[in-house]
Design a protein around this ligand. Structure first.
Ligand code: GLN
Length: 185
């Protein structure tokens, strides 16, 4: 199994470390020809969604990657990655892949002091660690979207077909359950 990790900006190295430790080979997506290679799964890391969206377009990776997502490649999107997938962004006129029928709010917990840690129920996995860094949350979902986790009454994880998106950073806490569930699901 090869997992591609979008590596134009943000927290991609941490995901790669975890995947490598699980025996998964990682392909860094840095340019268009990388997206043309074969891979079975895709990680969209946290970072800055506006920068990632801009670079994806400038590097001519955007359309190919969108096709891969729409074609059914298994995706795990974290934080900024969730924003890239969202069909609507409540407080931003930009949208990016727009492949997931959810509406998100960027920097939903406040810009500077919006970082925190908690442990909450995630799907059937029990409580898992969740680190939020200037995170979005999901304001609303359309039919077909399964809600996987909520924190303080807000949706922070959801799945739609092949796309799983979380607004926290699972790569930062050394808890592998979410990755194992995603890889085996
Ligand atoms: N605030 C960032 C954005 O809007 C997301 C933060 C993150 O990925 N940790 O893109």
């Amino acid at each position: 199994m090869t997992a591609a990790v979008l590596a134009v900006q943000g927290a991609f190295a941490e995901h790669e470390k975890i995947l490598s430790e699980q025996g998964i080979s990682c392909l860094e997506l840095r340019k268009k020809s990388d997206v043309e290679k074969s891979f079975d799964a895709l990680i969209l890391p946290g970072g800055e969604s506006t920068v990632q969206g801009k670079l994806l377009r400038e590097l001519d990776m955007f359309d190919l990657l969108k096709e891969r997502i729409e074609g059914g490649t298994k995706v795990l999107a974290t934080c900024a990655g969730l924003i890239l997938l969202a069909e609507r962004i409540e407080n931003d006129c930009r949208v990016h892949f727009a492949t997931m029928p959810v509406c998100v709010r960027r920097n939903a917990y406040g810009r500077q002091l919006g970082s925190f840690y908690t442990e909450e129920q995630f799907g059937q996995l029990g409580k898992i660690p969740m680190t939020f860094i200037r995170a979005p949350y999901i304001e609303s979902v359309e039919s077909g979207v399964e809600i996987l986790a909520q924190v303080r009454g807000n949706i922070v994880a959801a799945r739609y077909k092949n796309q799983t998106a979380v607004s926290f950073h699972p790569e930062l806490n050394g808890d592998l359950r979410l990755y194992e569930w995603w890889l085996n699901g």
